[in-house]
Ligand binder design. Structure first.
Ligand code: ZN
Length: 281
């Protein structure tokens, strides 16, 4: 998502919107005032910045509101020449009052969404009101690791569930949680109250490393491995150490990686490097 944010910053910030077209109601399901309101309020506005928190992206406008986007599993922003053919999964397009490229939002599976939201102050910065509860992510310059470790350790849950809780730390999905736990040599079912502060610090540092490497590899910093502004696919998955490597040797100790069901998905771990806590269910 950070890759997408940087692309939006480069391609659309500072430009004034000439027209907006929306196809498909599902994409606007979180904009309760409907498509006509969405179009009317965006037309003539200028994108002032491109921001991100967790899996959310938003573009503050010059009237104190913002265009908020969630990419879901398959949402993509593209900057394309105005005469480019409309793709099959085109959900929204913006033209500008200059000769530059259009902005388009494609979404094959329509899990993503767009909405307009007022900006409110939260955690010392302006964020869309509807996501003010989402915590900063480790790639955010304002991220406070000590505070995040304290928040993490204050919960009564398992460590992987805490990592995925977007109100504690945002931006860590199932894949990155497994990679971070492998690096920190922790099993996901360990209760967080039994995590030392040092272990919590190592775990968050590991998550930050995983996200930074994904970003350098051209993927997104988050769970979807496929999206960037030009629609190219990321290749971060090649460098995964544990996720998706069931029965293959651990890259550290050679023990076969184990897969277990986890909340309708899977958890991957090395049974030797990441021993299960003894009292675990
Ligand atoms: Zn191992």
């Amino acid at each position: 998502v950070e890759t997408v944010r940087a692309g939006l910053q480069r391609w659309v910030v500072g430009r004034r919107i000439k027209s907006v077209a929306v196809a498909g109601e599902r994409t606007l399901r979180r904009h309760v005032a409907g498509a006509d309101d969405f179009v009317a309020r965006l037309t003539g506005r200028r994108f002032a910045a491109a921001r991100r928190r967790g899996k959310y992206l938003w573009l503050p406008l010059d009237d104190g509101t913002s265009l908020l986007a969630h990419l879901g599993m398959s949402g993509q922003f593209l900057a394309v020449p105005a005469n480019a053919a409309a793709g099959k999964h085109l959900r929204a397009r913006w033209t500008f009052d200059d000769d530059g490229p259009e902005l388009r939002f494609h979404d094959q599976r329509t899990f993503g969404g767009l909405a307009l939201a007022e900006l409110v102050e939260a955690d010392g910065t302006l964020v869309p009101s509807t996501i003010a509860h989402i915590a900063r992510d480790p790639m955010d310059p304002g991220f406070d690791p000590d505070r995040a470790v304290r928040a993490l350790r204050s919960r009564r849950t398992e460590v992987k569930r805490a990592l995925l809780d977007q109100t504690l730390v945002s931006g860590i999905g199932n894949i990155y949680a497994d990679e971070a736990l492998w690096r920190a040599r922790l099993h996901g079912t360990r209760p967080v109250e039994r995590l030392t502060r040092a272990q919590g610090t190592v775990l968050l540092a590991s998550a930050t490393e995983v996200m930074a490497e994904a970003l350098r590899a051209g993927g997104t910093s988050f769970d979807s491995l496929y999206v960037n502004i030009n629609g190219q696919s990321g290749y971060f998955e090649r460098s995964l150490n544990v996720y998706g490597r069931g029965d293959r040797p651990c890259r550290r100790c050679g023990t076969p990686i184990r897969r277990e069901p986890f909340m309708n998905r899977s958890s991957y771990f090395c049974p030797r490097c990441q021993p299960k806590p003894r009292s675990s269910r």
